[in-house]
Design a protein around this ligand. Sequence first.
Ligand SMILES: N[C@@H](CCC(=O)N[C@@H](CS)C(=O)NCC(=O)O)C(=O)O
Length: 266
Amino acid sequence: MQTHSDEKSTRLIAFAISHYCEKARWALERLSIPFIEERHMPGFHWLYTRPIGGKSVPVLVTEADTLTDSTDILHYLDAIAPVSKRLYPADPNLRREVEKLSNFFDTQLGTSVRCWAYFYLFNNRELMRKLWCEGVPHFESRLFPIVFPLVSPLARRKYNITADSAASSLDKIKSIFETVNQRLAEGRFYLVGNNFSAADLTFACLAAPIVRPPEYRGKKYEGKQLSLHELPNEMILICKELRKTPAGEYALRLFREERRPMHQLS
Ligand SMILES: N[C@@H](CCC(=O)N[C@@H](CS)C(=O)NCC(=O)O)C(=O)O
């Protein structure tokens, strides 16, 4: 088990907006591990992640280790969690299922949701300023007008954000929601076994930007979310449509019932 002094020095390098960062944030808060969130605007994160071996965010830095991937962070936290809070089942078959589903959500859902959302958001600079600059150091947000025009084309290229890819991402999101609908139609309370697992947490976080649960990012952000009507109309329509599906309702329920409000912000 981690010691108190380890916990005090735990740092999460993150973007405010990132749904992969929310996986780490949620897991840390679920275990009541105090941590400092160091939030950066995309582009500036390289200054902090690259020197410690990371490329993307989240990066978790503890006294013992540096973890540079959200799933590695969940595995790390699971190893120090009390049995009642574990995110991976002890049963090897169930564990395999959790790992497989989580990986499916990580590689298919998270990337599709990002592509779809950025396609609509990137054209609205004021929205992007709010989403990228919340809670970042003052000098980073002051530099948004210079940095956004440099970094957004890089992101468009890296994530292949075009009208076609946004449309095919939405098809993929709907088909993943359908897969989840089918699992839930079997009468399951959780996606795997009888307990909340990494599969549930991963699904809920990576679906969050499209169904927009009010509890997204924890208590610290209560009342700070963009309201739905601030988003482009195309996003509002899809959000409303997917919220009504069993999978959408499920993601909202997981946030409502399983997200623990505890957060320390630097
Ligand atoms: N496999 C990584 C993916 C994380 C990821 O894609 N992070 C994005 C933000 S959503 C990022 O850091 N992008 C900036 C970059 O790659 O430099 C994980 O699960 O941690």
